[in-house]
Ligand binder design. Structure first.
Ligand SMILES: C[S@@+](CC[C@H](N)C(=O)[O-])C[C@H]1O[C@@H](n2cnc3c(N)ncnc32)[C@H](O)[C@@H]1O
Length: 250
């Protein structure tokens, strides 16, 4: 019997989910926005070798970095079975099966940093918990910098942003996140309302509907470079201060 030709790309679940094209913008933002030590929060750590390393490599000595991740399966049934919507090579079921490995990797990466950081002392806390419940335990204005990259479905992103707005330093702070591929337009926002249980929808638009809808609802202005988005909070107001990084803006 003839073998069937495999034409589709093999499925992937990257251990490092910081997209190469976004790394320079993420690095430039943290370097430009803060000259001294800060308190930083990352929501969504995965293996701890992507965005986490960017913050570890660029925070000033004396900073604190709190890492929060549920490290539990979180794909929706629609995403696991909805081959028509996800990127053709992305395997949500496999991603869910790796949560324990990801947790152990994140711990080992923090230990590696602590062993190798020398004088550049950063106080790293690693917390396993659902951000929706866990963030309520932190006091108002606990952080100067908050990076949101956990579950990208609408309800979760919305909750993470609402929590971040309470937790950010109102005098000066930055809330940022991953996977806003396109600045929200009325058309993209309307489409996103139909796909609140999806991580990603492909097609000509190819975007994360939950991130787009939640960002559009929570911020009037936002800066974005290659899908990495941020807003600056100054004296209690949010603006799309591009910090001279050349961002697209809403
Ligand atoms: C896109 S990955 C993070 C990628 C990582 N920032 C990097 O650069 O490699 C999303 C992560 O969010 C976590 N996550 C999903 N839902 C969560 C929730 N409700 N609370 C906390 N973490 C969650 C997942 O366990 C997963 O590790």
């Amino acid at each position: 019997m003839e073998k069937t030709q495999q034409t589709s790309r093999p499925s992937i679940v990257p251990q490092n989910q910081a997209q190469p094209k976004r790394i320079s913008a993420m690095t430039a933002l943290i370097q430009t926005a803060f000259a001294g030590k800060i308190k930083a929060l990352e929501i969504g750590v995965w293996y701890g070798i992507g965005s986490t390393n960017i913050w570890l490599n660029n925070l000033q000595a004396g900073s604190e970095l709190t890492l929060v991740d549920a490290w539990r399966p979180y794909a929706s049934q629609a995403d696991v079975s909805g081959v028509d919507f996800r990127p053709s090579h992305w395997d949500y079921a496999k991603m869910d099966s790796l949560s324990t490995e990801a947790f152990l990797s994140a711990f080992l990466n923090v230990k590696k940093f602590e062993n190798e950081c020398g004088d550049r002392d950063i106080d790293v806390s690693l917390i396993r918990g659902n951000s929706g419940k866990l963030l309520s335990r932190f006091k108002d204005e606990s952080f100067d910098f908050i990076y949101i990259d956990a579950d990208h479905k609408y309800d979760s992103v919305k909750r993470d942003i609402v929590n971040a707005k309470r937790l950010i330093n109102k005098e000066y702070g930055i809330i940022c996140g991953d996977d806003l591929e396109k600045l929200p337009t009325p058309g993209l926002v309307e489409l996103a309302r139909q796909y609140k249980d999806r991580d990603f929808i492909k097609g000509d638009y190819g975007y994360h509907p939950g991130v787009c809808l939640a960002v559009a609802e929570e911020f009037e202005q936002v800066s974005m470079i290659d899908g990495f988005w941020w807003v600056v909070c100054k004296n209690g107001s949010y603006s799309h201060d591009a910090l001279d990084l050349g961002a697209a803006q809403l």
